[in-house]
Write a protein that binds this ligand. Structure first.
Ligand code: SF4
Length: 237
């Protein structure tokens, strides 16, 4: 069995209602390098900034930002390892599961709490991506428990919601000499922690898909493969 590597985030995709095994199979064969995959860089900047807020806050005030304390009794953020040091090798499937959480907090009792930050409106459990995030966080917990962060006793999402209300009354407070401010409000969502039940079956599913010699069928919920066929016909005609 060849060694397969998967990120905690990519494993999360398997939990989506619209998960397409065919797409997963193709991406793995293309080493995740597909055309038409454009991701605006601004989201990377915002992601980086949200992590800095927590860490610079701790550096300056020796405390965790107060909105995060509604989650649990956090003592401090700890250094998050690079994914090359945050992984497990599953001997049954020969899959290396790895990742790099946005934040790891140490709690008062010495255990750890893993956080993933999202820049989005918090719509509670209506978020159709929530199943993916739940697996992603449980995968981090699965790795953390085996990788110097034992025990992981909690996981959760922090949604940083952009505050887009602009009125005559609050306009002045938003203005700078050369631009404007936009505020973000943190909303917390605790995720059920159950990594040993959730993760092993998904690793087996990954192994089954990547080992398949035939391409899985087209997903009924997506028309892109049909459009791609049409595009190929136009190009080659
Ligand atoms: S049907 Fe859609 S999701 Fe599935 S392989 Fe084709 S493009 Fe990807």
């Amino acid at each position: 069995m060849t060694i397969t590597t998967i990120s905690c985030k990519d494993l999360g995709a398997l939990a989506l209602e619209k998960f397409c095994p065919r797409c997963f199979w193709i991406k793995r064969r293309c080493e995740n390098k597909l055309p038409f995959q454009i991701f605006p860089g601004i989201f990377n900047s915002i992601d980086g900034y949200t992590k800095k807020i927590t860490n610079v806050h701790y550096e300056k005030k020796s405390s965790v930002p107060k909105w995060l304390l509604s989650f649990d009794d956090f003592i401090k953020p700890v250094k998050v390892p690079h994914f090359s040091k945050f992984f497990v090798m599953d001997s049954e499937t020969n899959i290396q599961l790895r990742g790099s959480p946005d934040e790891i907090m140490q709690k008062n009792d010495g255990s750890y709490f893993i956080i993933d930050y999202k820049t989005a409106k918090y719509t509670d459990v209506q978020d159709e991506l929530l199943p993916m995030y739940e697996v992603q966080l449980n995968a981090y917990a699965y790795v953390g428990n085996r990788c110097n962060f034992n025990p992981v006793s909690g996981i959760g999402l922090v949604y940083y919601e952009p505050q887009t209300d602009l009125t005559l009354d609050n306009l002045d407070a938003r203005l700078l000499e050369d631009g404007f401010y936009m505020e973000f409000t943190g909303k917390l969502h605790k995720v059920v922690l159950d990594p040993d039940r959730i993760i092993p079956p998904l690793l087996k599913q990954v192994r089954k898909i990547v080992d398949s010699n035939t391409m899985p069928p087209v997903s009924e919920s997506c028309k892109n493969c049909t459009l791609l066929d049409k595009l190929a016909q136009i190009i080659t005609s």
